[in-house]
Design a binder for this molecule. Sequence first.
Ligand code: FCB
Length: 440
Amino acid sequence: MNFKRSDFPETFLFGTATSAYQIEGHSFGGAGQTHWDTFAATPGNVVRAEHGGIACDHYHRYEEDLDFISNAGFDAYRFSTSWARVMPDGVTPNPEGLDFYDRLTDGMLERGIKPCATLYHWELPSALADKGGWQNPDIAKWFGDFTECIMERIGDRMHSVAPINEPWCVGWLSHFLGAHAPGLRDIRATARAMHHILLAHGTAIQMMRGLGMSNLGGVFNLEWSEPETESEADIAANVLSDGYYNRFFLGGVFQGKYPEKIMEAFEPHMPEGWQDDFGTIQAPLDWCGINYYTRRIVRANDDPWPSHDVIPNGPLPKTQMGWEIYPDGLYKFLKRTKEEYTGDLPLFITENGMANPDMIKHGTVNDPERISFLNQHFNAVRRAIADGVPVNGFFVWSLLDNYEWALGYEKRFGLVHVDFVTLERTPKASYHALKSALEQ
Ligand code: FCB
């Protein structure tokens, strides 16, 4: 790496991240069916209809995986708790599921790793999807009950907790673009889901405060948005793109309002009384997490609202996902988030990393692309810190190659390679490079 631990403030947290459905193996331990299982089983949704039934078998191999985290010298591990493992039908606790997260937590503490939990990383129990999932206003209460159930068990040992990973993906990507479960393409479903996600977020924060917990935050995925040209139409399209992607959720949580231009389209679809929910949505946070991967370029078109295309194949070098590599976007978001939304609140990069077609050759995996990608993004963070932005940590996505949602097992994001036939783990060159940077 072209940086070392001592280039960052002494308290800066270096971590790595995963999520439950992507690594654990959902066919184990009495986990209930989720909307991802049925989404994946429906032709055309997921590459080769792959699902998280076995994934990395982390459910059985978690000790080995935690060893990779501690041996690399990471301070913290961002993991998630599966709602459907803890409550298979969405409401009834599963002792085996609770026991698993209890063992996992103790496994982290035994190794000196700080447990950083995300309550929900997308595996909604099917029983709740049947009731309308995120479209149903009752989901805030259901989510509060889940929060209480899991955090009564492990909350005493968490370093930090965030309720919902990436509201934009749970909302827009899943209900407007139909690219993730439940695969809807409906503006009304989207508007309602996006609001209920924040209501559930606030409800969970209040529930955890009630349990006496602290160091609670939110995790938002941001994608730098730019108009293709300086035409009025492209610029207006970009305001919408930036609005529904980046500003809606930060605005709700930190300013108690949604972007006006988005509400022009959403208003007729919003759930009754939505304006009264901001007291809950704005429950104070201790930190704000940003997941950052790429930028988007927007071109106006004549379709119905939001009347634009996101154009593929921008000019910059790309990752295996086809995502442009744009570290400047991270720097700009850190500055903008502080200036417009969070002020002095500590910021964390809760996800950043890249997919690469990594292969084992002679027992090793050489991934200079990932080393360069991480160098560029860690350096964007250093620039922001030098400019006075309070960035307190960075979690690399991901510890392991894993189930990359609609793209199945093909896109490899791990610092550790996983052979999905034998489930054998092989640390990549980027893992070794980070380990050495963290020692210095
Ligand atoms: C993020 C998700 C994570 C993973 C990465 C590549 O949007 O939080 O689960 O899929 O992208």
